[in-house]
Write a protein that binds this ligand. Structure first.
Ligand SMILES: Nc1ncnc2c1ncn2[C@@H]1O[C@H](COP(=O)(O)OP(=O)(O)O)[C@@H](O)[C@H]1O
Ligand SMILES: [Mg+2]
Length: 263
């Protein structure tokens, strides 16, 4: 078969990570939630971020696109230093660039309830990227087709199931043509019967998009991930190729966690 090499296969040894996090710390008051996290996300790879509730997974994702301001460390995205301890406040231009590069999908969708599905998807392309209405609308419809919701452009979020809302949220994230997508427990708030339709969309995206996925869907994670990261108590307790991680985690903590999660 003459398949083109995947972006990951393209990357020679020493290829630059798309996202590089070094020595990241984050405190909420007296609580030190991230305690020196190092993480590389290679282009074209799917990275799953696992760990017990409260271990800092959401905080780490939110720090990556500066929804939270870290206390120390560095974050580089697509070769741009977006955070360092000495210069903790990013300019509005830097923030805009960062948010365009990293699309975010939240547990609770975060759609605008007063806007149609089409407007939810076209808002950022029009307001931030300056896209013309016709072009933004056409792209929104193409993206809705991709997530299996071609007939929902005029619907409002309240008319949709959780699985449909999350697929709209994924289309909205894709509309800015991000370099990577960050997912924070995208199926945790869904009725069990709609989890599969969201995972199906993510499975397709996994073939072509750089992704960081926080999830408790262990079977899905094991199926799509290239790289697994296990966070425990604000530190990365184990990280490595997903195949080896899921087959035989090296650390007792990761082994115990996977055992609990898979019953
Ligand atoms: N905005 C906040 N203010 C205070 N504490 C927070 C805030 N966000 C998270 N925390 C605390 O930080 C810890 C890690 O939270 P989080 O990153 O959400 O973990 P996870 O996503 O792994 O469950 C938890 O103890 C949580 O209560
Ligand atoms: Mg969380």
């Amino acid at each position: 078969m003459n398949r083109p090499p995947s972006p990951a296969a393209d990357r020679g040894p020493g290829g630059d990570p798309l996202i590089a996090v070094r020595g990241l710390t984050k405190r909420f008051g007296a609580l030190e939630v991230l305690r020196g996290v190092d993480l590389d996300v290679a282009p074209g790879t799917v990275n799953v971020l696992l760990g017990p509730s409260g271990s800092g997974k959401s905080t780490l994702l939110r720090c990556m696109n500066l929804l939270e301001t870290p206390d120390a460390g560095t974050i580089d995205v697509a070769g741009d230093r977006v955070f360092c301890t000495e210069k903790p406040k990013a300019s509005p231009q830097k923030l805009n660039g960062l948010r365009r590069n990293l699309g975010m999908v939240f547990q609770h969708f975060n759609l605008f309830p007063h806007l149609s599905v089409r407007k939810n998807i076209t808002l950022a392309p029009r307001k931030i990227a300056g896209a013309a209405r016709e072009q933004a609308d056409a792209e929104a419809e193409a993206l809705l087709g991709r997530v299996g919701l071609a007939d929902k452009a005029d619907a409002y979020p309240s008319m949709l199931s959780g699985g449909q809302k999350q697929r709209v949220a994924i289309a909205r994230a894709l509309a800015m043509r991000p370099k990577a997508l960050l997912f924070d427990e995208p199926t945790s708030a869904l009725d069990p019967e709609t989890v599969g339709e969201v995972l199906a969309v993510m499975r397709e995206l996994a073939c072509e998009t750089t992704m960081v996925v926080v999830t408790h869907e262990i079977a899905f994670a094991a199926e799509v991930a290239d790289h697994a990261v296990f966070l425990d108590g604000g530190v990365i307790a184990e990280a490595g190729p997903a195949g080896a991680f899921f087959a035989s985690p090296r650390t007792e903590r990761a082994r115990a966690f996977l055992g609990r999660m898979t019953g």
